[in-house]
Design a protein around this ligand. Structure first.
Ligand SMILES: Nc1ncnc2c1ncn2[C@@H]1O[C@H](COP(=O)(O)OP(=O)(O)OP(=O)(O)O)[C@@H](O)[C@H]1O
Length: 243
């Protein structure tokens, strides 16, 4: 079988004594937009931290594009882009300077060109010469996405990307996710609480409940099973996923 974009096998993690992730098995194919749903504290960020190589799992394996997150960290970090829940950036730099700096760190060949092209691709060239300290939440988030994709990763990991965005920002984000997936072929892995959002943008979903994956299916099968879009919430109830 070809390498999946993301493959977890019995992935487990324990910080202190209680397990936070419990034997997760999950395969996400290239080209998917995967929505990872779960209540607060379910373990979603822990899973993303493992995929970004920031955290070494205490059990099982996680691979990105066939690369193991523990034994092939460099190959993993080359394959991924990451938008954390709270984007950190150098406020005194302009958007372009910041992006060029990060492109350089990622060994991108022509960093300034890549930075400009990325801002252009995301439709925010108008922000290029403004200092990041002056940016609104929505603008910061667009630059956060630019930072995550400036090296053109195969897989983009987004941790609660809609947090703090107004409805227009949420819609813009949805369009950007589809554009990255359809035009650049990126696989997207998105942690979210927003059930309504996953139905609009995702091709498949998984539901995490207290560290266990209690549901995984395509969005078509899911909406057939839970025909009322708003009632995607029923997944939590039906599968016992409420906190
Ligand atoms: N560094 C840490 N040390 C100890 N416990 C931690 C640490 N990070 C997270 N936890 C605990 O692990 C559990 C899962 O947290 P995690 O942040 O992965 O969940 P989440 O699904 O992303 O939640 P949220 O939606 O609130 O961000 C929680 O009980 C949290 O308190």
């Amino acid at each position: 079988m070809d390498d999946a974009a993301i493959e977890l096998e019995k992935l487990s993690h324990t910080y202190d004594k209680d397990p936070v992730l419990k034997h997760l098995d999950l395969r996400i194919e290239h080209g998917e937009i995967f929505g990872f749903l779960g209540h607060n504290g379910a373990g979603k960020t822990t899973a993303i931290n493992i995929l970004t190589t920031l955290l070494v799992p205490t059990g099982g394996t996680a691979k990105v594009c066939g690369h193991d997150v523990v034994t092939a960290r460099r190959a993993v970090t080359r394959s991924i882009g990451y938008l954390p829940a709270e984007v950190r950036m150098y406020g005194h730099l302009t958007a372009l300077e910041n992006l060029e700096f990060l492109a350089t760190l990622s060994d991108v060949k022509k960093p300034r060109h890549a930075a400009k092209e990325t801002l252009d691709f995301l439709g925010c060239s108008d922000l290029a010469n403004r200092r990041l300290a002056t940016f609104s939440t929505g603008m910061r988030q667009r630059i956060g996405i630019a930072q995550a994709i400036v090296h053109r990763p195969d897989v983009l990991l987004l941790d609660e990307p809609t947090a703090g965005l107004d409805p227009l920002g949420v819609r813009q984000l949805r369009e950007t996710i589809l554009q990255l997936n359809q035009e650049l072929g990126m696989t997207i892995f998105m942690n979210t609480h927003l059930l309504s959002e996953v139905a609009k943008v995702c091709t498949s979903i998984g539901v995490l409940n207290h560290g266990e994956l209690i549901y995984k299916d395509t969005i078509e099968a899911t909406t057939r099973r839970f025909p009322d879009e708003a009632s995607l919430e029923d997944i939590y109830v039906t599968m016992g996923g409420a906190p």
